[in-house]
Design a protein around this ligand. Sequence first.
Ligand code: CP3
Length: 393
Amino acid sequence: MAGQYVSKPTSHARDGIHSHSKDFTEVPTPPNDNLALKSPAFNSRLMRALRRETVDCTPVWLMRQAGRYLPEYRATRAQAGSFLALAKNPELACEVTLQPLRRFPLDAAILFSDILTIPDAMGLGLYFVDGEGPKFERPISSVADIAKLAVPDMDRELRYVMDAVRTIRRELDPAIPLIGFSGSPWTLACYMVEGSGSKDWGKVKALALNEPRAMHQLLGVVTDAVIAYLGAQQAAGAQVLQVFDTWGGTLSPAMYREFSLPYLTRIARELKREDAPLILFGKGNAPYLEELAGSGTQGLGVDWTVTLEDAARRTAGKVAVQGNLDPAILYASPDAIAMQVQASLDSYAAGNGGSREGHVFNLGHGLSPDMLPEHVAALVAAVHAGSRQRQLG
Ligand code: CP3
């Protein structure tokens, strides 16, 4: 199956020859002064795929690619003392960001940090209890608490994040793009109101239903903060930006369209990001792919409750599609992993007119601490081998 999909020449073809020029005269390379200023990562597989340009093979990176499944991560975390101390130390955050890239030929690095840095910087007091996940000392418990919230200063309270971005960008291979990220407004509001993770997100949903105006005020200020935060990460050197809407899929369609989708759309429209493409990832966003594809984002991250064939068809070439293997597939054998990877690559192509363009390989959610690095290696190798395009000419 591999190699059956021939790349379609596009006007971006590297040789500068327009495939559609009628008289076959050579078209001179357009005077694009910008090109010289662009970083080497601009032409990386990931950034090309997010622009739906041709690539030699499908790019792959993995959510939570830096984390506890790597023994070297556990060692650096022990050195830092805690997860938060690690995330707040730019040198050590840089070290753990680079660790998975030393092991696997991944096509991107992702900033090592957390989505809860914004509410922490807003004064809610983030802390972690081992085995229990994130918690806030001062969650939002009244309408009056919401009125007091303000967008944090990116150069003060969140300076450690920008310092980590700058440090990583200095240490990372210039040809490899660095992904910056934020939580979505709804997902951040979930933790801010509950004060921790939750099974049913009852408090935050009750607030949305009982006090919709206050909820919109909260989502509005968080959206302003997300836009400032992603913009600052881009200015510090991040070349791709991803928003994690981890909990949007727990909403009913009516509530999703009122409390999550409009804020994702605002980010896609208002975030000034130069050449940095935006990826909107959402768990359980399958019912809304058409709407999300029209939001102004460049990439859409999906989970395994939708086939890539379906996702590609329904987004109709408007965005690149990222995803979507069930992470549990990493518990299977390397041979089974390779088969699932090939099926996933082919599913995307089937929904995309037979072409692999516009696909970024990822899991539908993050890696878990008990997964084997050897299985991750098998997955990354299978993506590249199974998608390699035949050379043109
Ligand atoms: O993907 C990456 O490699 C980048 C780093 C990253 C982390 N968290 C590191 C982390 C990213 C992108 C996140 C995002 C994040 N954080 C999300 C959205 C993505 C998702 O998983 O849906 C959410 C909901 C959080 C909040 C959060 N932070 C949770 C639920 C936890 C797990 C707590 C636990 O004990 O398992 C964290 C902590 C966290 N963030 C860890 C890592 C590697 C584990 C911390 C440790 O070392 O103990």
